[in-house]
Design a protein around this ligand. Structure first.
Ligand code: PEP
Ligand code: MN
Length: 341
């Protein structure tokens, strides 16, 4: 249930009104806009009487929210959420609400030379954040599983050298112990519905990059975000990374329509991963442009200094030079969309 308050509602009155509602067993989520405060009620609202709410002098409108996601719902929080990620270089990166987040780097951290070289190159080209997997979810147990803690340490070295904030995947909750200096925690497609993991990460106060499951609906993605938000973590970035369809021409099928669909339903930023969506490096620039044109708040793209020798996902990785060219084009797309990089 959503209660939109009258414009002249005073702060103290609003607090008293909200605590009276909380006594009826619901939790209140405040959204204070420039001209109006909106109260989002989470929990069992069936016993709350709409008529008497409407009779209250502070109340302008009461809306029952049909969707099962509440905190992630745009009705609860009409303004776009912006995620702010400070870098060690003193620059704060913004994602959402008019800012495009550009995350680039290799699929996996492979060596010091590789990660430091790619990090420097993507930073020079204009990326705001560095990606790199240390713990890798692989289909085969015999494939390269990532460098684990050693990889994470190399990623931290690249962070130190470039000042770029880092994004890396967490696969199990015990790994949180070594994620202190990670700036954004990635929950991969395969873990999107690992509810135990989501509950635990809901308690942490770092931004989470939540990737859409391979065969998950938009509502399921929003419900996964709701799990994180129900625990009090409201810094969630959603990522469309392609879904399974009948067509095997590309690794996955990039669901571009998920972008406007999500942006209508939620205030959370939505970014696109054109690398895993297509699995084909030459398609990455076209899909990156399409993502920004469709209203995405950024991209996460795989960049490798030697794609042919990559230990993971080389065929979908673009080179630093190609990334540089793409950035030039994306700056123009950002301008057309009225967004900043
Ligand atoms: C990744 O980003 O490295 C990754 C494994 O992505 P996804 O979870 O989308 O497959
Ligand atoms: Mn990959």
């Amino acid at each position: 249930m959503i209660i939109a308050l009258k414009q002249d509602a005073g702060r103290d009155e609003v607090r008293n009104f909200a605590s009276a509602l909380e006594k009826q067993g619901v939790k209140i989520h405040f959204s204070e806009g420039a001209s109006q405060t909106v109260l989002g009620l989470v929990g069992d609202t069936t016993l709350i009487d709409e008529e008497s709410l409407l009779a209250h002098h502070l109340v302008e409108k009461v809306i029952r929210v049909q969707e099962p996601y509440k905190r992630a719902n745009r009705k609860f929080h009409p303004a776009d959420t912006r995620i702010d990620v400070p870098g060690a270089d003193g620059v704060v990166r913004h994602i959402g609400s008019g800012y495009l987040g550009i995350i680039a780097g290799p699929c996996s951290v492979e060596s010091r030379e590789q990660i430091v070289e790619v990090a420097g190159a993507v930073k020079a080209a204009g990326a705001g954040l560095l990606r790199g997997g240390a713990f890798k979810p692989r289909t085969s147990p015999y494939s390269f599983q990532g460098m684990g803690c050693d990889g994470l340490n190399l990623l931290l070295e690249a962070k130190k050298e470039t000042g770029l904030p880092i994004v890396t995947e967490l696969m199990a909750i015990h790994q949180l112990e070594v994620f202190d200096e990670v700036d954004i925690i990635q929950v991969g497609a395969r873990n999107m519905q690992n509810f135990t993991l989501l509950k635990e990460l809901g308690r942490c106060r770092k931004p989470i990059l939540l990737k859409r499951g391979l065969a998950s609906t938009i509502t399921e993605l929003l419900m996964a975000a709701e799990y994180l938000m129900a625990g009090g973590n409201d810094q969630i970035i959603l990522c469309e990374r392609g879904i399974r369809t009948f067509d095997s021409h590309t690794r996955n099928t990039l669901d571009l329509s998920a972008i406007p669909a999500l942006k209508r339903q939620t205030h959370l930023p939505v970014i696109v991963d054109p690398s895993h969506a297509t699995g084909i490096a030459w398609m990455v620039p076209a899909m990156s442009k399409a993502a920004i044109a469709a209203g995405a708040d950024g991209i996460i793209v795989e960049v490798h200094n030697n794609p042919e020798a990559a230990l993971c996902d080389g065929e979908q990785s673009i080179t630093p030079e190609e990334f540089g060219g793409l950035m030039g084009i994306l700056r123009k797309y950002a301008e057309l969309e009225g967004k900043k990089i």
